[in-house]
Design a protein. Sequence first.
Length: 305
Amino acid sequence: MKTKKQYIPAEHRNIRPGIKMKPRYITIHNTGNTDQGADADAHARLLKKGNNRQASWHFSVDDKKVVQHLPTDEVGWHAGDGRGSGNMSSIGVEICENRDGDFAQAEANTAQLVRRLCDELDIPVSRVVPHRHWSGKNCPHRTLRHWGQFIEMVKKAPQKPDNPFDQFQPEELSPAPNGAGFTRTLKNTRPQMKGKDVLAVQEFLGVKPWKDQEGRKVGIFGPITEKKLKAWQKQNGIKVTGEVGDYNWFRMFGRVEDGSSDQSRWIRVKQDGKQIGAFQNPDNAIRLLTKILRKGDTIQVKQEK
C-alpha cells in the first residue's frame, strides 16, 4: 500500500516542533472519531490547519490508504507523556474509526505499515506498543481488545515494502553537492560500480578518489569506500550493510521537503569565495565545516531558496 505524504506545515510549531529523534518504538492509537468521512485524509486536513489542540502524529491509516503527517525522524505530540520516551522516541500511528469505513481492513493496513517501519528503521516488533503503554489511557480502545492478534498480524505482514527503494523514492532525495542524484543502491561489486554518485559518497566519507590520466576524479566503489561507509554507518547508528541505499543517501545529503518546511532552503558553504558544498540538511553542512575548518580560513554560510 502506498503512503501519501502530506506533512504538517512547519509554521505550526505547536504540533510540529521540528525536534529530531531516532525512533525506537511505534505507538498505536485509535482516533476515537466515528463520524462519517473521518478517514485518513480528513485527519490530514485537520493537522494541516494546525489542529485545535497540541496533538500530532506521524501516520493516519484507514481502510484504503496511509497518509504521513511527519517525517519519521521528527517528534510528534501523541503519547501523552510530555518529554518522555513515548513522544520523544516513538512513531505515532492512528487507526481511523470512521463509521463509513472498514475498521478491520484499517487495522490490517496498519499492520502492514508497522511491519514496513520495523524493517526499515530496525525497530523490533516487541517495541510496537499501545498508547496505554506510555500514559495509561485506554487507547487504542478497540485494538486493545485483541492486541495479541494485532501483533500477530504485524509479524505475519509481508516484509518486502511496496517501494523498491524502501523509505524514499529517488525524486524525494536531495542531490549531492556535485549534482549526482540517487538512482541505485551503491555497493562493492564485481565489476566495481563507477559514477558521479559514487564520487559524491566518497567525497562525503573522505575517501580519496582515483584520478584518470587527465587528473579528473573518478568515483569507483571499492573495498576502501566500503570500509569507510561501514564505519560511518556504525558511528551514526545506521544498520551496517556497506551499501548506500535510499536511507543512507538521505542521511548523507538530505531530502527534498515540501514547500512549507524550513529545510526546503539550501545552505551554501563557501571557502575563500568558492562554493564547496550545498545542503538542505544543516547537519551535513556542519559536518563539512568540521572537516575543512582551519585557523585563519574565511568561511561563508548562506541559506537561500
